[in-house]
Design a protein around this ligand. Sequence first.
Ligand SMILES: NC(=O)C1=CN([C@@H]2O[C@H](COP(=O)(O)OP(=O)(O)OC[C@H]3O[C@@H](n4cnc5c(N)ncnc54)[C@H](O)[C@@H]3O)[C@@H](O)[C@H]2O)[C@@H](O)CC1
Ligand SMILES: [K+]
Length: 505
Amino acid sequence: MVINHLSQNPEVFSKFNLLKEKLKIYEKSVLTANEISLIDENSKYFGLPKSKLMENSGTLIFEEIMKLDFKFSKAYVFCGTGNNGGDGFVITRHLSNILETSLVFIGDEKNIKSPESNENFKIVKDISFFGNLDYYNVLNSENVMEIMSLLEKDLKLGNILLVDAMLGTGSSGKLKNPYQMIVDFLNVLKSKYYEKLKILSVDIQTGNLNSDIEVILHKKKTNNNCKNFIIKSIGIPKYIEYTIGQGDLNQLSQKKIKKSSHKGQNGKVLVIGGSSEYHGAPVLSALSASKLSDIVSVASVSKVIKTIRNFPELIPYELLGDFINLNHLDNLLDYSKKFDCIVLGNGISLNDDTGDFINSYITGLNRKVVIDADAIKLIDYNSFEFKPNFIFTPHKREFEYMERYISTPDFKSTVVLKGSYDIIFDSENIKLNITGNPGMTKGGTGDILCGLIGAIYATNDAFLSACAGAYINGYCGDKLLESKGYFYNSIDIVDNLSYTLKELL
Ligand SMILES: NC(=O)C1=CN([C@@H]2O[C@H](COP(=O)(O)OP(=O)(O)OC[C@H]3O[C@@H](n4cnc5c(N)ncnc54)[C@H](O)[C@@H]3O)[C@@H](O)[C@H]2O)[C@@H](O)CC1
Ligand SMILES: [K+]
């Protein structure tokens, strides 16, 4: 799916690479557990199921085992309940074809976490009836003692390979028993039979296990610390690290909090925009925010507030005059304190007085801010600090106002560069949003986007919010393309946003 998209728009990719170079964002060679779980999810989403990745992992690790310059008469595979254990089941399947293997499964079969792990567990369970594979289940500490005495007996007879498929990137915090107990025993046996026991860890060594080698999958993780390791590609294409998918959405606070959230848990958003010239923009922005946030208010001039009063779900905050200006500064700075995120600029219009307001307001405020449209043009960038709490949502022309600053060292903001495919970046990350279609070029979709990003940003961090907002907005447009062709407008998007949010969150 992604390939079709990108091949249709090669110029997007050149802009993407240009920005990547300019920002000096290089491909990450070490990933955090969070980043790896993101890739995990998105691999599935872009057509690479975890079962395929597990098969690749187990098979590639088995091949590495065959290359070891270590003769062993028997293998033990220690497996946990997570997908690290799943990899271990695949390795066991291969090993049991060529030599006597003991599978030591730690935990209760019912607690095997994933279908792909379960699938592989069932196969090795069946094999154990055909011989060449002994199956042991460790549920408590005396099982541990039994296993260790079996292992020690075998060590007296010959060399043993021990595969550590107990815990991988899903491990967190201090090892719980029986894992710690197992690791302690294995470390004792390792020091006692140093040459006869070879320990190979799958992906990451479990706890403080004294492994001889780590076979790392895809890329190094921040908590890999075995000095002897090899890295195996398991077929995850690197573009997956640069594209936004369901994995990103799964990191949102909305996915983490229980559905029965109490009032205010979904954040409070203030939209500051509009003028006697433009009424609609702040309404679109506020309405889209109101699909997610508990409280949405619009601060604008009387003519716009008149429209706002038609929407009971929006809280009006009236400003006298035709344009937002410095007279409104103190009140708005004070009022803004009530909100988690401010959406600034929709329809605010290119008025000098408004420019003075924007530059004073934005420097005086310490809130999360989404800066859009004319606000982007009105900022005086010479003495401007691109703070980490700012998300800018420029289209191509608006981006020209700020492009030359993005590679300066104190650039800390997030940018959504809207286009046929949006490019989202901050000083450390860059991603491509591949949802959306030409039907979204109609007026108002930009207002909807920044209202949506503002609502998400109220309870999430900047880069993730920018990615998620762009993704959801485009996804909603793609659904409308299916049902209405290109003949949909921004009201259609606002009306359909709830269905999209329900589907994706
Ligand atoms: N990320 C990827 O792209 C791929 C990952 N794969 C494998 O999947 C692994 C990650 O799998 P999971 O996310 O299921 O996690 P793990 O297999 O690391 O296991 C986590 C499980 O262990 C338990 N656990 C966590 N911390 C513990 C602690 N301190 N003490 C005791 N128990 C603890 C938790 O209950 C959790 O269910 C990777 O390391 C890798 O081996 C492969 O299957 C292929 C692809
Ligand atoms: K491991």
